[in-house]
Write a protein that binds this ligand. Structure first.
Ligand code: ATP
Ligand code: MG
Length: 653
């Protein structure tokens, strides 16, 4: 970025609240500050040492082969089976009776708990069925299922036989599903009749049927009966799960695969454009997810109840609902449905019921809870919580403080974790027993991870300045390529700054050298020659007591080049905000940050366009602000939102 960036960033609001870990917490934490020194001394040896937490069928000969950069090979020569690492080895170690998941379905009272022994048996059954259907190691299998235990079973069965899965979020359209099936050429689809959300059925099998009209190579589907609604079963193609998996043999001999064997393809959220098929492989990914869950969440698998409240259909679900937690023999919670059905205290009821001790969720959820009011969580016993985490977007300082105060009882460390589908596991985060957390800052690269902020020319910026976030070293859980398109992989991530991974996010280093995420590079605004960060203006807006959520975009402007346009959702107690709310908020931003950041226009809206993973899609708002047709909306959670916002824009103009 230019010098003006630095000066503009210098003017932005500063945060001086910090939350150091209590001495009691620090004393019992899994890692202390010496872990950074160990990693810094020899990063490759550090990862080689960590890899001992996995159970290898054959040991590796080399930790990292980077000779064909940017195509990495980790743990060269090593062999293991991912499902055995997640299941069988725990049963063999005497943990068969430990609960792997407490499941909370949406229908009232629909609860069950599955132990490691039971889950292992169910995975063996599904693996036997897939093999019987002719699925071989390397074949891709698509999974389009609700948030139920069978989804985990399906994923691990694929992993067990070496068939990479591609999980497609259960809310996506037939079109989005077909595109992904075709892109990775899956021949088998695992699905369900439907799932439950807010008291209604979300049909899945009919969507599969529609998608498969475009996917002639899919020869089989296996369908879980979840809702019991009528579905059409195509003879010779569609099988019921209960007729096949539930009656299959409960043992299965697992084969060991190469450390670099493909584990899955996951499509990115599509926040910035068309989703990319990210390929993750076996050993490095499993190491990255299990190690970081243990390190960052201070996991005590014997006693903790861990809950990542994210859908399995996005990477947070893959890494921190399924692979990391299972590899660590964690007891986790999985829930189906929505936070406000049947009532707005649903999450807190779940925390209370199971004694959840670690909660991990997205800022969008936290801001929604803020909007609903602190009196709702206050009705429940949340005293079991000892760590709370955030992922997916920058967490605004006000949301962080609210989260810590009202969910974490003013006591729990908050871990703001930066990572991406591409990185596979957490990259930048505080360590809860070591770091004095700052609201809004993701703080530091984790041990063994190299992160930096660089300028346009790729030079590291000094403390106090902003620029582009890069990762400077390969890491075990890194993506290996974009499925079927190695050139796009090289081009997208490794060409902007040669030798460095370009994340696509803007960041700054504060005076202490701690890292703050500033939003997408694509979203950075240029107002009268000053580059402004969406995140900081949004955080300033959210700091106003009337505002629950804000999205800021730069719209072309005749005089200033670009002008700031803000879309805001008000907090419940703010009512309609009053007639002067737009003016009031414009002045608020000018006062908090500087006149340069004062929005040209503020629109009060009821909803913001979000991806299925809960991220604000600013590119669509920019389309509206600039009066263009909106771009690719296939990953949008609710497509009607854009029409409503466009209507509001027209009235305000
Ligand atoms: P696409 O790449 O298709 O546009 P996406 O980037 O939204 O989609 P994900 O991989 O799900 O897909 O999201 C990763 C992005 O989420 C990061 O690049 C970053 O912008 C944002 N993000 C995740 N965690 C954090 C965090 N703790 N703080 C700030 N931003 C975060
Ligand atoms: Mg991305």
């Amino acid at each position: 970025m230019t010098d003006t960036t630095t000066s503009a960033l210098d003017n932005l609001a500063s945060e001086d609240r910090t939350f150091p870990p209590s001495p009691e917490f620090a004393a019992q934490a899994n890692v202390d500050a010496s872990i950074y020194a160990e990693a810094d001394a020899d990063r490759v040896a550090f990862w080689g040492e960590r890899a001992k937490r996995l159970t290898w069928a054959e040991p590796f000969e080399q930790v990292l082969d980077w000779s064909d950069a940017p195509f990495a090979k980790w743990f060269v020569g090593g062999k293991l089976n991912v499902a055995v690492n997640c299941l069988d080895r725990h049963v063999e170690a005497g943990l068969g009776d430990r609960v792997a998941y407490h499941f909370e379905g949406e229908p009232d009272g629909d609860r069950s708990s599955v132990t490691y022994r039971e889950l292992t048996e169910r995975v063996c059954q599904a693996a036997n069925v897939l093999e019987g259907l002719g699925v071989q190691a390397g074949d891709r299998v698509a999974i389009y299922m609700p948030m139920i235990l069978e989804t985990v079973v399906a994923m691990l069965a694929c992993a067990r036989i070496g068939a990479p899965h591609t999980v497609v979020f259960g809310g996506f359209s037939a079109d989005a599903l077909a595109t992904r099936i075709l892109d990775c050429d899956a021949r088998v689809v695992l699905t369900a009749d439907g799932g439950w959300r807010k008291g209604a059925e979300v049909p899945l099998k009919p969507v599969v049927d529609e998608a498969l009209e475009r996917c002639p190579d899919v020869r089989t589907t296996v369908v879980v009966k979840r809702t019991g609604s009528d579905v059409a079963m195509v003879d010779g193609r569609d099988l019921w799960w209960h007729d096949t998996v539930d009656v299959a043999e409960r043992t299965h001999e697992a084969q060991a695969f190469d450390a670099e064997h493909p584990l899955y393809v996951m499509y990115t959220s599509g926040t910035t454009g068309k989703p990319k098929g990210i390929l993750h492989t076996s050993a490095g990914y499993l190491l990255g997810t299990s190690w970081t869950q243990w390190e960052v969440f201070d996991l005590k698998p014997e006693t903790d109840v861990y809950w990542t409240a994210a859908d399995i259909g996005w990477v947070t679900g893959h890494s921190y609902v399924v692979y990391g937690p299972l590899a660590n023999a964690t007891t986790s919670v999985i829930y189906e449905g929505a936070p406000d059905a049947p009532h707005k205290g649903r999450w807190w009821e779940i925390v209370e019921r199971y004694g959840v001790s670690i909660l991990y969720c997205a800022p969008t959820a936290i801001r929604t809870f803020m909007k609903w009011g602190a009196d709702i969580p206050a009705k429940y016993d949340l005293s079991s919580l000892r760590i709370i985490g955030s992922v997916g977007e920058p967490i605004n300082p006000e949301a962080y403080v609210w989260y810590r105060e009202h969910i974490g009882s003013g006591r729990t460390p908050v871990v703001d974790t930066w990572w991406q589908t591409e990185t596979g596991s957490l990259m930048i985060s505080p360590l809860p027993g070591v770091t004095a957390g700052k609201p809004g800052a993701a703080m530091k690269a984790l041990p063994g991870i190299g992160a930096d902020v660089v300028d346009d020319a790729g030079n590291s910026v000094p403390d106090g300045s902003g620029g582009y976030l890069v990762l400077t070293e390969p890491w075990p859980s890194m993506l290996r390529t974009i499925w079927g398109d190695p050139e796009r992989y090289r081009e997208t991530y490794w060409s902007r700054f040669p030798g460095k991974y370009f994340a696509g996010d803007g960041a700054k280093k504060d005076a202490d050298g701690d890292l703050w995420l500033l939003g997408r590079v694509d979203d950075v605004m240029n107002v009268a020659g000053h580059r402004l960060s969406t995140t900081e203006i949004e955080s300033a807006l959210v700091a106003n007591p009337k505002v629950a959520e804000a999205a800021v975009v730069g719209a072309s402007d005749e005089t200033t080049g670009q002008a700031v346009v803000a879309f805001v959702i008000l907090r419940g107690e703010a009512g309609d905000g009053g007639p002067e709310v737009a003016t009031e908020l414009r002045e608020w931003v000018a006062k908090q940050i500087g006149k340069i950041a004062r929005p040209r226009q503020i629109l009060v809206v009821a909803e913001l366009p979000k991806t299925r993973s809960g991220k604000i899609m600013r590119r669509l708002l920019r389309d509206v602000a600039e009066n263009r047709p909106v771009g690719d909306v296939t990953t949008l959670a609710d497509t009607t939102v854009m029409d409503t916002i466009r209507g509001g824009m027209a009235t305000a103009a």
